[in-house]
Design a protein. Structure first.
Length: 370
C-alpha cells in the first residue's frame, strides 16, 4: 500500500527554529492551492494505486477549512483504492474551534498531531510559538470531545531549562487524552533566526541535550508510552503513526504540494519550494533525487531508527553476503558497550545508541560493504 502525503505550506507566523517551507496564510491562495492539490492527485486516476494512509503535514494544515480538507480527501477516494486509511492532520492550538474539529472528524480525519512543544509559556515564547500552554491543553481536550481517539503531542528537547521543566511538560501532556508523543531535539538550522548568536545561551549543549533525551525516554516509559522510533512513543501499537512507519520501513509514498517528497516506482523525487509555481503549473514539477536507491544502505539507515531494529540475515542478503561476519561482530560489540541489544537474529538500538545512531549506521555500512 502507498502512503499519500499532502504538504500544506501555510502558517500564521513562522516559528524561530523552523526550516520547513511555509508562507503566511492567505484565504485566496489557500483556495487555489486546494484546487491544485486535487488536480495533481486526479492525474493518478485509473492506475489502481492502493493507499492506506493520508497525511496532511506542513506548515499548519489546520489552517485549511474543514471543507477544503474534505475536498482533498474526496479526491483521494476518487483516485486511489483506499483501504481503511489512517488520515492524520497536523494542527496548532488556536487554529481550529470545536465545530471545525467536529467537521474535520466527519470529513474522515482520524488522527491529530498537535505542536504543543512545552508546558512553559516562557519556552513557547522563546520558540516563537503563537500559543500558551493552556491553549494547547484546551485544543487537545476539544479534539477529544469532538471524537478524536488518536491524538499526538510534540515535545521540544534542547532548550536550556532548569527546575524540572521537561518533567513538568511530560507530566502535563500525558495527563491529557492523548496516545502518542513525538519528542524532537531542537536543531539550529541555517537560515533560521535560531541559528543566530543571540540564541547561543538558550540552546542546550550536546551533553545536556543527551541528558534530556534519556530523561524523556524514561519519563514517557513510566507513563506507559513505549518508544518505537528514535523520536516517537505510543501507548499501544494502534497509536503508532502508520504513515510515518512507511518511511522507516522503506515503503512507497506519493507527495503533493510545494516541498513535498515522494518515493514511488523506485524513484525518490521532490517538488520545488515554490507555491506560485505549484499553483500555476498544469501538474507539479518534480526533481529526481535518486533512482533505485541502495536498498542495503537504506535498510540500515531507516531500520535502525526503529526499536524493532533490523535482521542481520537480511543485511547479509542486501549486501550480497559481503561483510556479514564483520557486521555480526560489530553488533556484538555494540551490545557489550550498551548501545544495542540482540534478540535472535535481530539487532536494535537502545536509547543510548540512538544518540549516536549516525556513527553506528556508518560503521555498519562500512562493515557490510566489505
Amino acid at each position: 500500500m502507498t502512503g499519500i502525503y499532502i504538504h500544506v505550506p501555510f502558517c500564521l507566523r513562522k516559528c524561530l527554529y523552523c526550516s520547513f517551507y511555509s508562507l503566511r496564510y492567505d484565504e485566496e491562495r489557500a483556495r487555489r492551492y486546494t484546487e491544485t492539490i486535487c488536480r495533481n492527485i486526479s492525474s493518478y486516476k485509473g492506475r489502481a494505486i492502493g493507499a492506506d494512509t493520508v497525511y496532511f503535514g506542513g506548515g499548519t494544515p489546520s489552517l485549511l477549512s474543514a471543507g477544503q480538507v474534505s475536498k482533498i480527501l474526496d479526491c483521494c477516494a476518487d483516485t486511489f483504492v483506499l483501504s481503511s486509511p489512517e488520515v492524520t492532520l497536523e494542527a496548532n492550538p488556536g487554529t481550529a474551534d470545536v465545530q471545525k474539529l467536529r467537521d474535520l472528524r466527519s470529513a474522515g480525519v482520524g488522527r491529530l498531531s498537535f505542536g504543543i512543544q512545552s508546558a512553559s509559556d516562557e519556552r513557547l515564547k522563546m520558540l516563537g510559538r503563537a500559543h500558551r500552554f493552556d491553549e494547547g491543553q484546551n485544543a487537545v481536550i476539544q479534539a477529544y470531545s469532538a471524537g478524536f481517539e488518536h491524538i499526538s503531542c510534540d515535545v521540544m528537547l534542547g532548550l536550556c531549562a532548569g527546575g524540572g521543566e521537561l518533567e513538568e511538560t511530560i507530566k502535563k501532556i500525558t495527563e491529557l487524552p492523548i496516545d502518542h508523543v513525538s519528542a524532537y531535539m531542537l536543531k539550529r538550522e541555517e537560515g533560521t533566526p535560531f541559528a543566530g548568536k543571540q540564541y547561543d545561551e538558550l540552546v542546550a549543549d550536546e551533553e545536556l541535550l543527551c541528558e534530556e533525551y534519556l530523561s524523556c525516554v524514561r519519563l514517557l516509559a513510566e507513563r506507559g508510552f513505549e518508544q518505537y522510533e528514535i523520536s516517537n512513543f505510543a501507548l499501544n501499537s494502534h497509536a503508532r503513526s502508520k504513515h510515518n512507519l512507511k518511511y522507516w520501513h522503506g515503503e512507497e509514498y506519493l507527495g503533493f504540494g510545494p516541498a513535498a517528497h515522494s518515493f514511488f516506482d523506485g524513484v525518490r523525487y521532490c517538488c520545488p519550494e515554490d507555491l506560485d509555481s505549484f499553483i500555476n503549473s498544469p501538474l507539479q514539477q518534480q526533481t529526481v533525487l535518486e533512482r533505485d536507491p541502495d536498498r542495503g544502505e537504506e535498510y540500515l539507515m531507516l531500520g535502525l531508527r526503529l526499536t524493532e531494529g533490523i535482521r542481520l540475515e537480511k543485511v547479509g542478503e542486501l549486501f550480497s553476503g559481503r561483510g556479514e561476519e564483520r557486521v555480526r561482530r560489530l553488533a556484538r560489540e555494540l551490545c557489550r558497550a550498551g548501545y544495542a541489544e540482540m534478540s535472535g537474529d535481530r539487532l536494535s538500538l537502545l536509547p543510548e545508541g540512538f544518540l549516536i545512531s549516525n556513527t553506528i549506521i556508518c560503521e555498519l555500512i562500512d562493515a557490510a560493504s566489505g
